[in-house]
Design a protein around this ligand. Structure first.
Ligand SMILES: Cc1cc2nc3c(=O)[nH]c(=O)nc-3n(C[C@H](O)[C@H](O)[C@H](O)COP(=O)(O)OP(=O)(O)OC[C@H]3O[C@@H](n4cnc5c(N)ncnc54)[C@H](O)[C@@H]3O)c2cc1C
Length: 383
């Protein structure tokens, strides 16, 4: 594993750095205060080549790989985590369409995603009654001649109401549970399909998160992504890659918060601070060390993905460690800044924004289940 970025990785990093400074940072505080959805910023990220970082250039992507994607996400998330999650889910859906779509689906959606014609693409697995146990979803897609008819309610959909395409998991054979789930590409404006009002959230206010309601929503069979019954596999594969993204996002948020705390410490008169200063330096050292370890885990998972080696275990380990560490680092940054940090500022925002990284794309508890399963599997294979 080479820790020096290659040309494609550096180009993605530089595009993200430029976008972070010119597009995300200037609007982050306003968006946190409720200014709405960053449609134009997300479209501009597409034009900057950041909506298909790991998608083939034939479809308008960069083809730069998962390490490049992690580098880009970390940079963007340090500026605005809420805008970045829209970018992350869009990249995740683009990769799923590239992997499982037929030519017509790729031609219809990929150039619109990678070029920024769509502000975002959305991924819809969770439901009001099924999050961690995703295979127990209740939304159904019933075959009717050349169509499917969808009924049900999906929950917590990132970019709900703003996406150009929704990747929706629904049961085509409910009795078969995970093996009876299929994936569909659904476009806004389809009769019987609507996004509900955005949820009120503690953080990541730049991201709209909504329910999706399907009421006798009829779509042609050509809207199905891949064969019937592989929707759960498509979702799990997407989430493996998505967890690399959430790891990088968490590292980015914590990097931003720690940079603010570091600048604050550097500006103080050490002697006047007395013993507090030494305690804050020790906290800074622990936070910086833990964050480096987290980032290395993220890079390892991304590198394995680029090498086309199994990375389920490493992606889950990375997500668990990066998100838990990032939360502690944001706490430490707040402590170092002192009481003033409790006001409305970038560090208190980081603390609110980082919390959900321990929830979406599988909670920390779910990552532990995945890791334990993979460790046991490896042990029994070696026995
Ligand atoms: C802001 C936000 C954005 C999101 N975006 C999306 C999106 O774009 N698309 C999408 O499909 N979903 C999305 N989600 C949903 C997210 O993936 C789920 O919230 C998450 O998977 C947890 O599911 P749940 O909320 O139903 O919690 P539950 O599954 O009900 O879990 C509740 C608690 O129980 C714990 N728990 C559950 N099962 C076990 C177990 N077996 N052992 C130990 N502990 C357990 C969990 O860790 C959690 O702490 C989003 C969520 C949020 C908050």
């Amino acid at each position: 594993m080479n820790l020096v970025p290659d040309e494609g990785q550096r180009a993605a990093l530089e595009a993200a750095r430029e976008a972070a400074h010119t597009l995300l940072m200037p609007n982050a505080a306003e968006l946190d205060a409720g200014a709405g959805f960053p449609t134009e910023t997300l479209k501009a990220l597409g034009r900057a080549g950041l909506m298909g970082v790991n998608v083939d250039p034939a479809w308008g992507g960069r083809g730069a790989g998962a390490v490049a994607y992690a580098l880009a996400v970390r940079e963007l998330a340090a500026a605005c985590a809420g805008t970045t999650v829209g970018m992350m889910v869009t990249n995740m859906v683009a990769e799923a369409i590239e992997a499982y779509g037929d030519d017509a689906q790729k031609q219809r959606h990929l150039p619109r995603i990678t070029g920024g014609a769509y502000a975002a693409a959305a991924f819809s697995l969770s439901e009001p009654g099924s999050g961690s146990d995703a295979a127990s979803l209740r939304t159904v897609a019933v075959r009717d001649g050349d169509d499917y008819v969808l009924d049900g309610t999906k929950a917590w959909v990132t970019s709900g109401g703003h996406a150009g395409v929704y990747l929706v998991m629904a049961a085509t054979d409910p009795a078969a549970r995970a093996r009876g789930i299929s994936a569909f590409l659904i476009e806004p404006g389809t009769p019987g399909f609507e996004a509900a009002k955005p949820e009120h959230k503690m953080g990541q206010h730049a991201s709209a998160t909504t329910q999706l309601i399907f009421d006798q929503c009829r779509v042609p069979a050509s809207a199905r992504l891949g064969p019937e019954g592989i929707g759960f596999k498509i979702a799990m594969r997407a989430l493996d890659g998505g967890r690399v993204g959430v790891s990088a996002q968490a590292c980015g948020v914590a990097t931003g918060a720690l940079a603010t705390a570091t600048a604050h410490l550097a500006s103080l008169d050490a002697e006047a601070q007395g013993p507090d200063h030494a305690a804050h330096l020790a906290a800074l050292a622990d936070a910086a060390t833990a964050l480096d370890a987290a980032w290395l885990m993220c890079l390892r998972a991304a590198w394995l993905k680029d090498e086309r080696r199994p990375f389920t275990r490493e992606a889950a380990m990375s997500k668990l460690f990066c998100t838990e560490t990032a939360s502690r680092v944001c706490e430490a940054a707040l402590r170092i800044l002192g009481p003033d940090a409790y006001g409305a500022n970038a560090v208190s925002q980081a603390l609110r924004d980082v919390r959900v990284t321990r929830i979406y794309e599988g909670t920390s508890e779910v990552q532990r289940i995945v890791i334990a399963r993979e460790v046991l599997r490896a042990a029994s294979a070696a026995a």
